[in-house]
Design a binder for this molecule. Structure first.
Ligand code: NAP
Length: 259
């Protein structure tokens, strides 16, 4: 631990599993107290619940709050839960689903709507709630919104997902413009293929700590790890990124920008 987030309190949605869990672990290693806000406490891969893991592995305080990001009040309550640790400094709007994986012509409105409610409206609710609390606290803050490589390119058979993730990118740019006067930075992160239950439902249970699986098409030759997503989120949440806002960072092993 190098203490990059010492004295900060973070709220992370969807942090029971996957990337959110990886972000929470890295935040705790850097000294942040963390509120885990998720619809369920259990890790999808069957590990120890994230907040218990953080308290066992580090000296930080961690709490779980049941939160459905499609419900504005539920998100406001999750942000309010940070008061127990001194008030929110960092918000990570991470919760998301992959949604329908089929051609646009076969996508029903209900499944499209569900995807938008979670992946886009959830980010809107989370950013608004966090910004209001940060403005009240009068000490600035950092908001990190989870997009995807699919927020830069339209992925076929993933129209709703690409639409929402592209929306998250531009939403974050616009919010950065509105919130800069309050010293609140807003950035988006854009993973490519990361080893989580979302990408491998049949993945063996346990924490992904390394992956040497050869993956053609990715210049670095392998999928990424939730920890590597967490590393970038730590940077954006910390003072190392004090002059970084309205930025979107790919974490994709070179997949998107190389031919
Ligand atoms: P994951 O392992 O499925 O974790 C997502 C977590 O969010 C789960 O704990 C899930 O709970 C929770 N969640 C789902 N709906 C929610 C809601 N309405 N309110 C609160 N929490 C909710 O997926 P992941 O791969 O870590 O994905 C996390 C984020 O990274 C998503 O926004 C995703 O789009 C993004 N991302 C992932 C990849 C990748 O390759 N994995 C790539 C690019 C971007 P349940 O388990 O109960 O559903």
């Amino acid at each position: 631990m190098s203490g990059l987030l010492e004295g900060r309190t973070a709220v992370i949605t969807g942090a029971a599993s996957g990337n959110g869990r990886g972000i929470a672990r890295r935040f705790a290693e850097e000294g942040a107290d963390v509120v885990i806000a998720d619809i369920q406490e259990e890790d999808r891969l069957g590990g120890q619940p994230t907040h218990e893991l953080l308290e066992a592995e580090t000296d930080v305080r961690a709490a779980f709050v049941e939160c459905d990001v499609t419900d504005r009040e539920s998100v406001e309550d999750a942000v309010g839960a940070a008061e127990e640790f001194g008030g929110i400094d960092v918000m990570v709007n991470n919760a998301g689903i992959i949604g329908p994986q089929k051609p646009l012509t076969e996508v029903g409105y209900e499944e499209y709507r569900q995807l938008m409610d979670i992946n886009l409206d959830g980010v809107y609710f989370g950013t608004q709630a966090a910004a209001a609390a940060m403005i009240d606290g009068d000490d600035g803050g950092s908001i990190v919104n989870m997009s995807s490589a699919a927020g830069f390119e339209g992925y076929s058979n993933l129209t709703p997902y690409s639409t929402a993730k592209g929306g998250v990118r531009l939403f974050s740019y616009a919010a950065a413009g509105d919130l800069g006067q309050h010293d609140i930075r807003v950035n988006s992160i854009h993973p490519g293929q990361i080893d989580t239950a979302m990408t491998s439902e049949d993945m063996a249970s346990g924490e992904p700590e390394q992956n040497d699986q050869a993956t053609p098409g990715i210049p670095l030759g392998r999928p990424g790890l939730p920890k590597e997503v967490g590393d970038v989120a730590v940077f954006l949440a910390s003072d190392l990124a004090s002059y970084v806002t309205g930025e979107s960072i790919l974490i994709d092993g070179g997949l998107t920008n190389t031919g």
